[in-house]
Design a binder for this molecule. Sequence first.
Ligand code: F3S
Length: 63
Amino acid sequence: MKVRIDSGRCQGHGRCYDLAPEVFGEDDEGYGQVRGDGDVAPVDERAARLAVSNCPERAIDIL
Ligand code: F3S
């Protein structure tokens, strides 16, 4: 599983990195960023899917 944040849609709500801190981080302005190249370890997939479904802007895509 791999994820990507669309920086054009992200408004910095921060739910992604609150719900799945192993998968997402934040930049200096609070916008979400994927950690590394966006590959999600199997152990983190559940949290990543939760983040996807909780992003108010639908800014996170599963590739
Ligand atoms: Fe952005 Fe959605 Fe996360 S708006 S900071 S990708 S919860």
